[in-house]
Design a protein around this ligand. Structure first.
Ligand SMILES: *[C@@H]1O[C@H](CO)[C@@H](O)[C@H](O)[C@H]1NC(C)=O
Ligand SMILES: *[C@@H]1O[C@H](CO)[C@@H](O)[C@H](O)[C@H]1NC(C)=O
Ligand SMILES: *[C@@H]1O[C@H](CO)[C@@H](O)[C@H](O)[C@H]1NC(C)=O
Ligand SMILES: *[C@@H]1O[C@H](CO)[C@@H](O)[C@H](O)[C@H]1NC(C)=O
Ligand SMILES: *[C@@H]1O[C@H](CO)[C@@H](O)[C@H](O)[C@H]1NC(C)=O
Ligand SMILES: *[C@@H]1O[C@H](CO)[C@@H](O)[C@H](O)[C@H]1NC(C)=O
Length: 412
């Protein structure tokens, strides 16, 4: 019986690994099963990571998770040259956009997570071969409303009073080659480094979407879904072999309810047509996300771990936050952790409870530190001699608002 069972198992393993190793021939990235999982069931924590930070997808919260993880272990970040260059988004990524690549002051980068327009070939020149690549998508329907509010001043949107007006125009006054107009159409596709102007012809659209999905799959090990943020964190935790403590976070760069509105079904239908590539992308990866949940841990285990994550977050909110939650920016007392504001969106922030002991205060402080400030802190740690003198955040803000290209900070 034992023998039969072994033969049977062997055959199953052979059967499962055959298509896997064949398909991995096409992959640019190292296949997931070779990455951080041993033959035995144990795994070890993944320290080489690329996170493609997409727009308006809760990605700032993930950035904070990665910064804290790397910061507490003294890992090295591939940071934007000159600190605030945002890796020269929306240009395609190039290695020399990273501080320390040229001249070679850093010999090993562990984590790259600032905004960029992805280009796999170039990113792989900077990062080690066993790097784990992941990103996050959000439903293009709710995203569109968010983009319209946040990027209202871009050429594509500025002459329209409402999102509905913009969509009813059917792209007649849309000029794809105008700077910053990529925010208005298929922004996810754009961030992944592909052409965001969808073909009009239906069969060509399907063909292009299929190749878009294949390209993303060949470059990334995992695609998370913003609507299922906590489930995403549980899946990420398993994929990276991290602990619950590593993936717990407060929601950062979240928009106040004041500046939100809902889409009507007609407008939603128009968005699906307008940002058709993003819509295809989202639907595919929403499906594969749930398939991944099924194969990696199953729904019962997922629910259990999501519950633990939420309990820990609630506990930390109680410990860390004055008032137990987010507040509007004018109520943030410490200007050094005030989130960057732009457009008509109101980006909320946090206040830390006074009287905490130093270690707790330090943890809480890191959990509420927004993207620009954390990027500066990591840059200062890695390149103390290059960092420009500290001006207050309003000066940084004034400098950044000169160029809309740099306005990558609000998420939802
Ligand atoms: C596999 O396990 C061995 C011993 O525990 C360890 O040295 C090695 O780094 C592990 N490899 C991977 C890819 O996890
Ligand atoms: C990180 O670096 C600091 C300063 O050099 C050091 O005090 C600390 O022990 C290091 N932490 C780890 C986890 O290596
Ligand atoms: C679109 O924008 C580009 C870049 O600003 C400009 O050169 C071009 O003339 C515009 N096209 C139309 C039709 O307005
Ligand atoms: C769409 O493209 C396909 C192949 O490129 C072509 O055969 C077909 O005629 C096109 N259809 C329309 C309506 O233009
Ligand atoms: C995403 O997947 C979930 C689970 O299958 C499903 O309930 C939901 O409707 C999907 N979302 C979209 C926009 O397709
Ligand atoms: C706590 O931090 C304060 C201010 O940074 C410092 O003066 C104090 O010595 C620290 N206490 C301990 C126990 O580290």
């Amino acid at each position: 019986l034992h023998f039969c069972l072994s033969v049977f198992l062997f055959c199953i393993i052979l059967f499962l690994s055959l298509p896997l190793s064949l398909s991995s021939l096409h992959l640019y990235r190292q296949p997931f099963h070779l990455l951080n999982h041993n033959k035995s069931d144990s795994c070890h924590p993944q320290n080489h990571i690329v996170f493609l930070k997409t727009h308006k997808t809760a990605s700032s919260t993930i950035l904070n998770i990665l910064f804290r993880y790397g910061d507490s272990r003294n890992l090295t970040f591939a940071l934007p040259a000159n600190m605030y260059s945002q890796l020269y988004y929306p240009n395609f990524f190039l290695p020399y956009f990273v501080e320390g690549v040229n001249p070679r002051r850093v010999t090993e980068f562990h984590i790259m997570c600032n905004h960029m327009r992805f280009k796999g070939l170039e990113v792989r020149k900077v990062m080690p071969v066993d790097t784990f690549y992941f990103s996050i998508l959000r439903n293009p329907l709710s995203m569109m409303e968010s983009l319209f509010t946040y990027y209202k001043s871009t050429q594509a949107f500025h002459s329209f009073k409402t999102l509905q007006d913009f969509l009813l125009d059917g792209g007649q006054s849309y000029n794809a080659s105008f700077p910053s107009n990529h925010y208005a159409r298929n922004i996810l596709t754009f961030d992944f480094g592909l052409d965001n102007s969808a073909p009009v012809n239906k069969s060509e659209l399907v063909k292009f979407s299929t190749s878009l999905i294949a390209t993303v799959e060949s470059n990334f090990h995992l695609i998370l879904i913003s609507e299922y943020f906590d489930e995403s964190m549980v899946l990420l935790k398993h994929a990276l072999c991290w602990t619950l403590e590593d993936v717990v976070s407060f929601r950062l760069n979240s928009r106040s309810e004041k500046s939100r509105s809902k889409l009507t079904p007609e407008v939603a239908e128009k968005v699906k047509q307008w940002s058709s590539l993003d819509w295809h992308l989202y639907q595919h990866f929403n499906r594969s996300f749930w398939q991944r949940i099924d194969t990696v841990l199953g729904h019962a285990k997922l629910r259990e771990e999501v519950k633990l994550l939420r309990a820990r977050r609630a506990e930390l909110e109680k410990i860390c936050l004055l008032g137990g939650g987010a507040v509007d920016p004018e109520q943030v007392h410490d200007s050094s952790v005030k989130p960057f504001q732009y457009g008509t969106a109101v980006i909320q922030g946090y206040n830390i409870r006074p009287g905490l002991n130093n270690d707790t205060h330090h943890l809480c402080q890191r959990m509420i530190t927004p993207e620009l400030q954390y990027t500066r802190a990591m840059y200062t740690k890695q390149f103390p001699d290059l960092v420009p003198p500290l001006k207050n955040i309003d000066t940084i803000r004034a400098k950044i608002s000169i160029s809309t290209e740099l306005l990558e900070t609000c998420d939802l």
